[in-house]
Write a new protein. Structure first.
Length: 209
């Protein structure tokens, strides 16, 4: 379980401050985070991941407070694809992941463009949407406890947008993963368990879908 409390003040910069009185994210939950530009969506998830240091309050994992001593290990629980993602050309390759990688390349319909050779992608010279699919492949193979997607589907055509929300997210949930999705695709919110709406650094609403 991810936990922010009490009266948590996250990363701030003039004149913005992220202020979360209390937030719990149970393991295995599929959570959507929404809000307008500048509402703090990306800041919140980066604070949850331990990338931005809190100024007050407590960040915890399974009720263990995150400190400088365990921060590095804590970050290893997360796999994220942000809007300004960087695509590495090396992938995790074991006997087990080789077969998984090929299945996923075919599911994402990029097997005809990219192969994996000695743990390296044969090319990353692709469209933005295709590069995001490769980033998704890398995240899938990492097999972390928490997945974070920041507007992943914004560069995808309708077919892959449906695949992402109705298949990929559901498969991660079925594997017991906690999934946090920043999205404006309100037609898909019903596939999640919970919807949090932010407004200028605070939680405006928090409800089950």
């Amino acid at each position: 379980m991810l936990l922010l409390r009490p009266n948590f003040t996250g990363y701030s910069y003039t004149p913005f401050t992220l202020t979360i009185p209390h937030l719990e994210i149970p393991a295995g939950q599929l959570l959507f985070i929404v809000g307008g530009n500048g509402s703090g969506k990306s800041t919140l998830v980066k604070t949850l991941m331990g990338l931005y240091p809190p100024e007050n309050g407590r960040l915890a994992w399974d009720n263990q407070t995150i400190t400088d001593e365990n921060l590095s290990n804590y970050r290893e629980n997360f796999s994220a694809i942000f809007a300004d993602f960087y695509l590495f050309d090396r992938v995790l390759e074991t006997e087990h992941t080789k077969k998984q990688a090929q299945i996923y390349l075919e599911k994402l319909q990029i097997a005809h463009k990219v192969q994996i050779q000695d743990g390296m992608l044969s090319t990353t010279a692709l469209s933005t949407g295709q590069r995001k699919r490769l980033a998704l492949l890398n995240a899938y193979l990492e097999d972390r406890s928490v997945y974070v997607f920041d507007e992943w589907a914004s560069d995808q055509d309708p077919v892959f947008r449906d695949l992402f929300y109705h298949t990929i997210l559901q498969e991660l949930k079925q594997r017991g993963k906690t999934v946090i999705v920043i999205s404006h695709d309100d037609r898909y919110f019903k596939v999640g368990d919970r919807l949090i709406k932010l407004d200028y650094g605070t939680i405006e609403s928090d409800r089950l879908t």
